[in-house]
Design a protein. Structure first.
Length: 527
């Protein structure tokens, strides 16, 4: 059979393609195996027999069947060693031609690093004390046509790691541990909420009208209906429809999509937890949020986390402080300028703050908060009592209608969660939607439009409700000590190779990455 002409061909690939013919000539299908009866995994073997002596293993043989990738190999005439790596770790195997036969030993001799094999045999310890498998049978399972990276013990180029995550997982085992921890965190979050009587639900990702957050959406087209659809920026308005319908506690662990810039804490698609509870307010939801995050940390067995230069303590009291108090106290904004757009703009300019596009009080407050406050909130801090101008879905405070019953949780200098006592007054909600729509008409692509269907739902009556959202990606970042969101996403968004985007500028995320410029300010995570 003529060797195919693969992209990026080199001598190593050609040699491996030639071995396909050699395997076929020996009666072995290079990719023909359909299964292998695995009985043990590397880590379980190491754990179960850590203290077993050579004598004990010889006296009471332990037979195993292990499968995985060949990641190390050395031959010594009619015998040889190899390291086989499975999903849990790696184990050494020892083969002798006399034990496995000429045909099987030839398969072992001809295998390349990266090939996948299965071995059966008994456990023993080598002269150096390494727990190994004395192989009785060697089975070829799949051929690797492309070699592993030359520096097998450290694939360090970040762009390659993110683009070819499969190689990253093979050669950097500690990376796999981050994603195992992520799975544990999500499982614990789900268990906590279902234990509290919450019902897990699913809401549409393709929506007729984006809402529930201030963000620019992705637009797609539904061919059968002949209409444009929007990828979900948040599930909030649908989850609150369910509260109207009579479900009193609901949650969704959902994928959201926002057509905004990318940096160390933003990816255009990300995972959020949103949960809503009827007859509860934002204070109850703060308690729930704290319990969820403490529980997630407990799933990893941690109470403190090293994050960059900081150590985050999860055990103490979680501070609660007013948004405006931080602007006037920590940022130094004069109280008389808080609601004076002109005066506050001049003050911000004098402080060297870059003014956002579509300037209004809400965006200016956010810019000042980001410049002077956000990075200082290292230990868990609930920022509360946000102005109504930047909280279009939150209920006004009874004793101060200029503020809302809203909170945001900050850890490690970044927003982790956002929640509030939900606005259930349809007339007030309509006015706020209309104000948002006016901003959108004026050019603010992140503002929401009037959602008549959601307003109709509110007009049927929604009980007092508390709602919150927790950024799962950022939570995993904090609890695992990762400072880039790309390190907690298996397949982060990347600029396609050999494509130049107008306005793209280098990011801090790794070689070759860009921030996709959409003419919008730095995105702010919202529920």
């Amino acid at each position: 059979m003529e060797a195919p002409n693969l992209p990026d061909m080199n001598d190593q690939v050609r040699q491996r393609l030639a071995k396909l013919g050699e395997l076929a000539a020996a009666g072995v299908a290079p990719f023909g195996a359909t299964s292998f009866p695995v009985t043990h995994h590397a880590q379980a073997i190491a754990d179960a027999h850590a203290d077993a002596t050579a004598e004990a293993l010889a006296a009471s043989p332990v037979n195993v069947a292990v499968a995985g990738r060949v990641v190390g190999k050395r031959r010594m005439g009619k015998a040889g060693f190899a390291h086989v790596q499975d999903g849990t770790g790696r184990i050494q195997v020892y083969l002798k031609c006399d034990d496995v036969g000429e045909a099987n030993y030839a398969l072992y001799k001809g295998c390349d690093l990266g090939d996948i094999c299965g071995v059966t045999g008994r456990l023993f310890r080598t002269h150096t004390g390494e727990l190994s498998v004395h192989v009785a049978a060697y089975t070829h399972l799949a051929k690797a046509i492309r070699p592993l990276p030359e520096k097998f013990h450290g694939l360090t180029d970040k762009e390659t790691r993110y683009r070819q995550r499969y190689l990253d997982l093979i050669v950097n085992p500690e990376v796999k541990d981050t994603f195992i921890k992520r799975s544990r965190i999500v499982s614990r979050v789900r268990d906590i909420l279902t234990g509290l009587g919450y019902l897990e639900v699913e809401t549409p990702m393709l929506q007729d009208q984006p809402g529930g957050a201030a963000a620019k959406p992705f637009v797609t087209h539904h061919n059968a209906l002949g209409v444009d659809k929007f990828l979900r920026i948040a599930p909030e308005l649908y989850l609150k429809r369910l509260i109207v319908g009579g479900f009193e506690r609901v949650f969704e662990i959902n994928r959201n999509f926002r057509n905004e810039g990318m940096d160390l804490t933003h990816n255009p698609e990300f995972t959020m937890l949103e949960f809503y509870e009827a007859y509860a307010d934002h204070r109850v939801l703060m308690d729930r949020t704290e319990a969820i995050i403490r529980g997630a940390a407990d799933a990893l067995g941690v109470t403190t986390v090293a994050f960059g230069e900081h150590t985050i303590d999860l055990t103490g009291e979680w501070r609660r402080v007013g948004f405006c108090d931080l602007l006037t106290g920590q940022a130094g904004v004069p109280e008389g300028l808080l609601y004076d757009l002109g005066g506050l703009t001049t003050w911000a300019k004098n402080k060297g703050i870059e003014l956002p596009k579509g300037l209004n009080l809400g965006k200016l407050w956010d810019a000042i908060f980001g410049a002077f406050v956000e990075a200082t909130l290292v230990n868990p801090t609930f920022v509360v009592d946000y102005p109504v101008e930047i909280s279009p879905l939150a209920k006004r405070k009874a004793d101060n209608p200029a503020l809302t019953d809203r909170f945001e949780l900050f850890m490690a200098g970044r927003e982790i969660a956002n929640g509030f006592s939900e606005l259930n007054d349809p007339l007030d909600q309509r006015q706020r939607f209309e104000a948002q729509a006016a901003q959108k008409a004026a050019g603010d692509e992140e503002s929401q439009e009037v959602d008549e269907d959601f307003l109709r739902a509110l007009e049927h009556g929604m009980p007092p409700t508390g709602g919150a959202g927790i950024g799962i990606d950022r939570l995993v970042m904090v609890l695992t000590g990762e400072t880039s969101i790309r390190d907690v996403l298996l397949f982060p968004a990347m600029k396609p190779r050999n494509v130049i985007y107008p306005g793209g500028i280098p990011s801090q995320g790794g070689a070759g990455d860009v921030i996709l410029s959409h003419g919008s300010p730095k995105p702010k995570e919202t529920k």
